[in-house]
Design a protein around this ligand. Structure first.
Ligand code: PLP
Length: 474
């Protein structure tokens, strides 16, 4: 039965090997680009190393790489197909809202997508710091009914950041904008989540996001009638981690038709925002032809807009998982091995798998797992267990059949979970109290300058006292 490839699938040592575009083993040690991960955890000379285990790795150069790669892919496709519009890359900040992540996306030239009242404060902070520049488009998704704190805070934000574009999810979000003193560019969100072959299917879907066709036209008419409002963006998102090019483009086509019809009536409409969905490698067998997807997408815009006699739009995506999945890794130490009357022993790690990567427990999501050291020793098939007393704190996730092989040598054996940088930390919570009162891991933020030299910034993990204070003991 086919399974997802989550690591090395053999008992043979793998001292030198390229696992994917950023992970390789060299002389039995695992590298992230040119960073020796084994040394981080074991070498006494790597001041102030060895770093404590468990450890969260935040590798900022990867965020820049993802953004620039996608910008290049679109630039090539725009030139190839002679596309008449531009591409805008926005970062969907819900995927990882940590300061160093948002800062890095803004520095790399991404526009910004947000979805809640606290996000507005983050935008204000980044703007004051000079990181979010006036030309940066800020897209406000999420529910913002009249009278909500989020709706009010958007009106305030507009006074300081003009390039704010609220995306209207439902008709009850319009009144504060209709009565606003400021001039607003607005977007409308189509009810589109899931795969719907026709507009009628989209309208019939039960998703809570966005408006159906009738509501969309009503909203467009109200906006058009208000002299201070201008309809600029059409937004339709069909899912996340969509790994089939044909399905992705076909799923967007009814929305592209809707855009073209709206554009016939409202010439101010100039951006088609397809939201998230861009997939990223979370396992080692991942394959997705980004170039093919972007070419097909642009050609579909050309065809459908041509049929409706309207110019093609600028295309934008709100890239969440794609931007941040691969920059995040989490390291554990194997603290004991337990043979439990089954073919494969338990390797118990010094932290919790289920609270560190909630999607593995809740959604049976797979991530890459590789040893950081002992790659030059024989491997065996194992199961991983977290140190909590929870029977679901295991990996591979239930009911996965994906085999996991790790070195037989467990003395000072360190493991890395990779491609865990999107959503996992935000879902698990930052600085909270976790299952079985395990303190949160320390973080190591890594950056690299243009000469290739690495810099390290370490954030402490939680102390026992932090956890006790959270829970009201001290
Ligand atoms: C409106 C919107 N845009 C973008 C995203 C990011 O999606 P992804 O992580 O698939 O890029 C999400 C995710 O839920 C979303 O709700």
């Amino acid at each position: 039965m086919p399974h997802q490839v989550i690591g090395w699938e053999s008992t043979d040592p793998v001292p030198n090997h390229v696992f994917n575009s950023y992970l390789s083993s060299r002389h039995g040690q695992l590298y992230y680009d040119d960073l020796n991960l084994a040394r981080l955890m074991t070498a006494a000379d790597h001041a102030p190393a060895p770093y404590p285990s468990p450890l969260e790795l935040i590798y900022l150069p990867m965020i820049r790489r993802k953004i620039h790669d996608m910008q290049d892919i679109f630039a090539r496709a725009i030139a190839d197909v002679g596309y008449g519009g531009r591409f805008h890359y926005a970062y969907a900040s819900k995927a990882n809202t940590a300061e160093e992540v948002v800062r890095t996306t803004l520095e790399a030239g991404a526009h910004h997508e947000m979805s809640s009242v606290v996000d507005v404060e983050i935008v204000q902070i980044m703007r004051r710091a000079g990181l979010l520049r006036p030309e940066c488009m800020v897209f406000a998704n999420g529910f913002k009914p009249a009278g909500s704190a989020y709706a009010d805070s958007l009106l305030r934000l507009k006074r300081t950041h003009d390039n704010l574009i609220p995306i209207v999810e439902s008709l009850d979000e319009l009144p504060p904008l209709l009565h606003a003193d400021e001039r607003f560019d607005l977007g409308l969100r189509q009810k589109s989540y899931g795969f719907h072959p026709t507009l009628a299917d989209m309208d019939a879907s039960s998703t809570r996001f966005g408006m159906d066709t009738e509501q969309l036209w009503q909203a467009a008419a109200q906006i058009d009638a208000a002299p201070h409002l201008q309809l600029t963006v059409y937004h339709a998102m069909i899912g996340s981690q969509i790994t089939d090019v044909d399905r992705f483009v076909a799923g967007l086509e009814p929305a592209i038709e809707q855009y073209a019809r709206l554009r016939q009536q409202y010439p101010s409409l100039s951006i088609f925002n397809f939201g998230g969905g861009m997939p990223v490698a979370m396992t080692l067998d991942f394959a997705f032809d980004y170039d093919a997807f972007v070419h097909r997408l642009l050609q579909t815009f050309q065809r459908v807009c041509g049929q409706h006699n309207v110019p093609v739009p600028d295309v934008m995506g709100e890239f969440g998982r794609y931007t941040t999945s691969e920059h995040g890794a989490h390291f554990f130490k194997v603290i004991t091995v337990k043979e439990a009357g089954y073919q494969y022993p338990w390797y118990i790690v010094d932290g919790s798998i289920m609270t560190s990567f909630p999607d593995s427990w809740a959604l049976s999501e797979h991530f890459i797992v590789l040893p950081l050291n002992h790659l030059d020793k024989p491997f065996r098939r194992v199961r991983l267990g977290g140190v909590t007393c929870d029977s679901d704190d295991v990996y591979p996730p239930k009911p996965s059949q994906a085999p996991l092989y790790l070195p037989v040598e467990t003395d000072e054996l360190f493991l890395g979970f990779f491609s865990v940088g999107a959503y996992q930390e935000m879902l698990g919570g930052v600085r909270g109290s976790k299952h079985c009162v395990l303190p949160e891991a320390a973080e190591l933020i890594v950056d690299r300058d243009t000469d290739g030299d690495y810099s390290f910034y370490r954030l402490p993990g939680q102390s026992t006292e932090d956890v006790l204070r959270n829970l009201g003991y001290v």
